[in-house]
Design a protein around this ligand. Structure first.
Ligand SMILES: [Zn+2]
Ligand SMILES: [Zn+2]
Length: 122
């Protein structure tokens, strides 16, 4: 692996912070009035890029709501009270298609990143 920082000669000897991540993401929740760093997700769960998603899912599971700045895909059935919200388009689409297939209901998918909806017909 090539050295990325040949100029970085200023690191202090003897410090044990080699594993420190500069860029630990933080996430906040207005409803809880709390802010968290995701070092637990990164260090303990080893989820890397999915740390935010993992945190959001755990938060939802334990508190019943998603934290701030988490945009979810939502599928809402037009003919019964069933609905879900998920972080991944794939998961929501799969749910909608399965629901439509089994119940013959029409399901509306609301996109996370756009003011757009998709209708899934049975
Ligand atoms: Zn919360
Ligand atoms: Zn339905």
């Amino acid at each position: 692996m090539p050295e990325r920082n040949p100029d970085d000669s200023g690191s202090e000897p003897g410090t044990a912070t080699a594993e420190e991540v500069d860029d630990v993401p933080t996430i906040s929740c207005a409803r809880c009035d709390q802010e968290w760093t995701l070092s637990y997700e990164l260090d303990e769960l080893m989820v890397g890029n999915q740390a935010v998603e993992q945190f959001a899912l755990d938060h939802k599971r334990h508190t019943g709501h998603f934290p701030d700045d988490v945009q979810t895909w939502q599928a809402t059935c037009r003919q019964c009270p069933e609905k879900i919200d998920r972080l991944s388009e794939t998961a929501v689409t799969r749910w909608a298609e399965t629901h439509a297939r089994h119940t013959r209901h029409r399901v509306e998918i609301r996109h996370a990143d756009a003011e757009e909806t998709t209708l899934v017909d049975p």
